[in-house]
Design a protein. Sequence first.
Length: 195
Amino acid sequence: MGAPGALASVKDRDGHTRTYTAGVGDIATGAKVPRDGRVRVGGNTKAFTAVVVLQLVGEGGIRLDEPIETYLPGVVHGDGNVITVRHLLQQTSGLPNYTEFNLQLRYYEPRELVDIALQHPADFAPGERWKYSNTNYVLAGMLVEKVTRHPIARELDRRIIKRIGLRDTYFPAQHGSTIRGPHPRGYDRELPGRR
């Protein structure tokens, strides 16, 4: 995949942790990947968000087969009455992935990301097939905020992170672009040889 370094920790049943690193954490300086390094979870945030949505389903605050329009009126124009919460979680909504479009490196409000995606035609009719789209989970996060009346960061922290004792896991603050503590640099190589 062209990554300059990697970090992995494995904890066994007895609570013993082994940490492995390879490569470099900064290609400009050659600094090694820190053994206690932190990384952004990226797509793994979807699993956390899905858990909170499903908890809210269990609590009766959300219905999986209810159109997203019920909870977020006017946000998803066109298919908002057809796309259900289940479609979002299962990546079967057909909504375009906002990351496929020319985004600037800056903070975006969730609604801005949805609006960017909705400037483009749907990839397919809701429920017709599966396609990964970050837009689905931005909407799921917005849904959590609407139903709980709390920021998604607070709900993830309260319902998952603190509850299972994750000491070094956190949802970045609004407009936050730094990573607390030691960490390798992140790189995205779109074309071979480009940095």
